[in-house]
Unconditional design. Sequence first.
Lengths: 404, 404
Amino acid sequence: MSRPPRRLLLGAGPSPIPEPVRLAAAQATVGHLDPWFQDFMESLKQRLRQTFVTRNRMTFPFSAPASAAMESALFALADEGDEIAVIIHGAFGARLAEMARRQGLVVHRLDVPWGSPPDPQQLEDLLTSKPDIRLVAFVHAETSTGVAADAATLARIAEAHDCLVLMDAVTSLGGSPVLPDQWGIDFTYSGSQKCLSAPPGLAPVTVSERALEWMNRRRRSCRSWFGDMLEMARYWDGQNGRSYHHTAPINALYALDAALRLFLTEGHEAAHARHYRAHLALLAGLEALGLELLPPPGCRLPQLNAVVVPAGIDEAQLRADLLSRHGIEISAGLGSLAGRILRIGLMGDGARLSHVLTLLVGLEDALARQGWTVTTGSAPQAAIAAHDRARTAEHSSRAAGADG
Amino acid sequence: MSRPPRRLLLGAGPSPIPEPVRLAAAQATVGHLDPWFQDFMESLKQRLRQTFVTRNRMTFPFSAPASAAMESALFALADEGDEIAVIIHGAFGARLAEMARRQGLVVHRLDVPWGSPPDPQQLEDLLTSKPDIRLVAFVHAETSTGVAADAATLARIAEAHDCLVLMDAVTSLGGSPVLPDQWGIDFTYSGSQKCLSAPPGLAPVTVSERALEWMNRRRRSCRSWFGDMLEMARYWDGQNGRSYHHTAPINALYALDAALRLFLTEGHEAAHARHYRAHLALLAGLEALGLELLPPPGCRLPQLNAVVVPAGIDEAQLRADLLSRHGIEISAGLGSLAGRILRIGLMGDGARLSHVLTLLVGLEDALARQGWTVTTGSAPQAAIAAHDRARTAEHSSRAAGADG
């Protein structure tokens, strides 16, 4: 087997992993019950709390991919027969509903056209008409459509109806604000491999006290041993001495810790602004190419750009050309959007003007090969100009802030 | 946070990870749907098949720790209300039973005194008296007691009663023979961090065609989405084109692949012999120190040595001294054996005479500090002599084989 090829990862994830983060994974392995490692666990949890801007004691890196965390969150928050509202505005909302169905929950689907944001009024109506619903689940940043949900409003409605709130923040955390405490989210999970730019395989999780209280009160034990957050807490929470639960993925945790350090050193605001600038640059470049995004303005994720495939373009060929001729990965559409959109991720270390320019040059080439009319160089130029405008606007807004 | 300290990992896992394996994890991340990565997946699966000595098509690295694989195996093999026999000869058998209980299976416990091997006749009697049992689960190498089960015999009995067989090979794979095809095991899972000496976090899994047939026939969908091996197969099995399931832990898989290469280059027989020699060396050293193993001869695992804590010795202090004065990790007992045994792992790269000698010197020091009578140097000497005898015996047996 040859060494892995160099790729510019601008798809739906994993995102580009900075070398110091990858090298952190190569550090010497220690035992997971070693006193040094227990201190490391504490500092890692603290960094995760800072990343999630939360005071939740139960904040830890779940030792499996985000899809497993999604499933465990449902096992952790509901018993068979419990009623749950699942907002479905893309493939990951649909996955939440499918997992809930398998677990024997009574699922109330709130289907939203893929590419549009959830309508909070629909949630209000659903919860009013179905007062037995006690859990609301939704995807904050739909990786399949590039749409952001209005998490604060959805959570406020759920809370007013006395529901627990489960939020998928896989693609949002690190790229745009994720504020579980401020919004009132009871269980938030994310992924290591998106806007945090750590290797794939881990899922940062934060759980509210309210959710833990429910778990402590539940009638029967959690059907999933690995998803039982009370068991998990005895391993990750050192307050009363740690007890063995499973063997933590030690080297992967080194890398996650290194990635969180980079994120926190840059700062939430700066990282989010960088994602937004890169998005504006990409958008300007795409417009110069005559391409458009699927979601309407106002709900677009900076970190995940769903581009409508224009008539006459073979999107599979386009992706293949980008990969083979330029070493750039972008992603196909999922489910009902397969063949209809391309997904460009500007996540974590990928959210940089230089990467946007590399991609736009590659897109010009790949589109021209399919006979698309391209004015060579115009897309990167438009991107640079948009990026400059975004920088200027940031400076003005900071200056205005300083004046105020 | 400081860098991780250097430790000699001779506990219950993780085992020492060779530097090339750790460095493999630091290679450039590629997308999990990249053509290169799909080729990598195929070669990794092939290496796992060689490691498991199996022709099972469904052989893959489960993207989570072995405890999660254990739970998923149960979700995959049984529906609520199904009857299962769980052989419990230690903490991990007890964990299997607890997971089965949570999943709503009807659990028939076959309790064995911890430190003794399962008695096949008891399984025969149980299956004869309870003909509705359709799944038998057991731990091949009980990490909590250092006891090996007679997997071939147990599986033969289970098969004669038309039961599927689930085997935990977490601590056995790589350290002693694991032969799912020859023995007739339907679902075998292991862990990356024991005798394969890869970083913790992944669980090699192999599933028989018979088990897959049952999954295809089952009445209701698997309650766990992540544990649904038919869904998982669509991601890991490229026969009809791969479909997205979750994002594989790419960098961790690089490391697992590197570890499997080392194992396969050494060869099963040589690796198992190395574990056995190291065990004999340790055993001789322990005897020179006046210490003894918990399990009787004949069922002792070479890779996990459960040492009885002698009266008058504070085992926690002993472990603390080994760690702080010598940088050596060994493990405490679990559950009812806590405080009563120490667990010394000679797993993977840890199974070397040099490590045994380092440990014995450390043990002499730590025991002497507690007033234990030690003839300094006698334990390492005894270990060297035993190791030499084992080498000689191997050569004689190979020579005899060549003559025959």
